[in-house]
Each structure stands twice: as C-alpha cells, then as structure tokens.
Design a protein around this ligand. Structure first.
Ligand code: FES
Length: 322
C-alpha cells in the first residue's frame, strides 16, 4: 500500500472508463484491479477518494446498487475549489489507480416511506440517481423528482431523466441564470404529507427547502451536502476549543473543522457525512457561542448543541462536553 495513501482510502480501484456527461461534469467508472465484486452499497451512499493531487473528496455513487462490479461517480469541476475536482478532471485517466474508501451512507432511503419527493440542484442529482435506479421498473411507492439547474448544457443525465419512461415522475427546470426564472418549490412543500423529502444541491437550494419545510415533520426531510468540512468564509478566524471531560484545549485554525482538530489532538469523534447534514457528530456545547453551519439543528437546540464537522465559533472559545 502506498504509505502516503490517506487512512480513509485504503481500497485501490482502477479507473475503467472516464467520460464527460455534461459541460464540466465527468463520470468515472471504478473497478477492483482483479475485476472482482466490490463491497455492497445502498442507495444514497458515497465513497471518499484521494484525488491525484492528494485531496480527500467525497462523491455519491450514482449507479444502481445491485451492480456489484463497478462504482460510478460523477465529478463537477469546481472553479473555486482547492483543486481536488480540477485534479480529478485533468489528471485521472483510464487505467490509473484511485485510492478509495468503502461506501458509507449518510443519506439513506427510508424504506417505509409512503412516497418520495427528490429535489436535486445540479450535481446534487447523483445520490438521487442511485435511489431512482434502485427502483428498477417497479418503484415501491410513488416518487417525484424536481431537478433544477441553470443551463441544459451543464445538466447531467438529461437523456435518461428526460426520457418518456420518467416523464410522469420528473420535472426538469433550467433557470438560464435568471433569478426571475427560479423554480417555485412552494407548491410542492406547502402541504405537509407522509412523503419523505430528499434534497441535495447548492447551499442556497437546501436552505430554501429547509425554510419552506419548517412545518413538516423533521424526520421526513433529508439533506446531503458535499461541502467537505464546511466552506471557509472570508471572515473565519481561529478559535479555541476546550474539551471539558478530556481536559484538553487546542486552537482550531481557519480551514480546519473542529472535528478534524479534535482528531489531530488524539480525540475520537464519530462522523459520517462531514458536511453538516446527517447529525452523527452532534456534540453538547457547554459554553461559548457557536457559528452554526449545519442543516440539522432546530433553533431551540442551537444554544446547547453543535455539529462539529462544519460549525465554528463566534466567541473566542467553545467548551464542549467531550
Ligand atoms: S458528520 Fe454528519 S452532521 Fe457532522
């Protein structure tokens, strides 16, 4: 094993195919070097990969979970990224080895739902695709997909999702970059019901869905985000975290999450999505004012809880019950 391989990505996969699926969007098909069966995954699962330039990135598996010979991921080339996605586009070729994790799922399909409403923005379509593909020809319950993007040319999987097979279930909308042509989600969310809503896409879309679904049962609303460890904002500052029970104190620099700072200081902490949507890293906040950046906490929980994978501090110090 390459000693520089990240601890999370110890399964080397070979790139079997690579192809563009829309402007700035490239799919990679990954297989085991011996062509064997890959570890199973469930709809909505993701893998982590170590990109050719050494960054750790998380991508949804978008093929059907009953395909055991390959994983398919689709990567959007982010213009303002730290280079992970650009490196996947520019440097990863057919035949290359990609260090990969086993699949994890922070966005699982609830299997006793009466209906599903999928809301995807841009590349946020990828986890929904494995969900829809898992239904095969006979979906267990009614479902509907609202697929939003700016322009047709940078919208992936239009041929499949726009096909007659999906016509009655799928609404595709392009805003053409015009705020006046944004899709109105309110009619779909106005009346709470027993459907489970799955939303993945840009932060603004997820916040809009969260704001419009405040009168739904929180158990029925699910988000997935790919902002690894949260985005660095221009006003971010370092701050101190004190762990009350472990009696440790350390600085959390700009660009590092509390979760990763804790791990660097030898503390174990559970996580899954690492993007503020699954709730796994929920931690009790004893003192200090948090800068909440997750999609999980209810307003009444914000004084006493924090999602340490994305949130930061407004005060100089946070004291956690760890
Ligand atoms: S690990 Fe999912 S919310 Fe933090």
């Amino acid at each position: 094993m390459n000693p520089q391989t990240h601890a999370d990505t110890q399964m080397p996969l070979r790139v079997d195919r690579a192809y563009d699926v829309a402007e700035g969007l490239r799919s990679f098909e990954l297989v085991l070097p011996d062509g064997g069966e890959l570890p199973a995954f469930t709809p909505g699962a993701h893998i982590k990969v170590q990109t050719p330039n050494g960054a750790l990135r998380k991508y949804s598996l978008c093929n059907a979970p009953d395909e055991r010979g390959r994983y398919v991921i689709t990567v959007k080339r982010e213009e303002n990224s730290r280079g992970g996605s650009a490196s996947m586009h520019a440097d990863l070729k057919v035949g290359d080895t990609l260090p990969t994790s086993v699949p994890d799922n922070a966005f699982p399909l609830v299997d006793n739902a009466r209906a599903y409403l999928f809301i995807a923005g841009g590349i946020g379509i990828t986890p929904m695709l494995s969900m829809i593909r898992s239904f095969g020809d006979l979906a267990p319950v009614p479902w509907k997909l609202i697929y939003l993007s700016r322009f047709a040319e940078n919208t992936a999987f239009l041929d499949e999702l726009g096909s007659p097979d999906f016509k009655k279930n799928v609404k595709i909308h392009h805003s053409e970059g015009n705020p006046d042509q944004e899709f109105d989600l309110w009619p779909a969310l106005e009346k709470p019901n027993t459907a489970h809503v799955y939303c993945c896409g840009p932060r603004g879309l997820m916040e809009a869905v969260r704001d419009m679904s405040g009168h739904w049962s929180p158990k029925n609303i699910h988000f997935e985000s790919f902002d690894e460890g949260g985005k660095t904002l221009p006003d971010d500052k370092p701050f101190t975290v004190r762990l009350a029970r472990s009696e440790k104190s350390f600085e959390v620099p700009v660009g590092v999450s509390i979760l990763n700072a804790m791990r660097e200081h030898g503390c174990k902490a559970a996580s899954s999505c690492e993007s503020g949507t699954c709730g796994t890293c929920r931690t009790t906040l004893l003192q200090g004012e948090a800068d909440h950046r997750d999609m999980v906490l209810m307003p009444e929980e914000m004084d006493s809880q924090i999602m340490i994978c994305v949130s930061r501090a407004k005060s100089a110090e946070l004291v956690l019950d760890v």
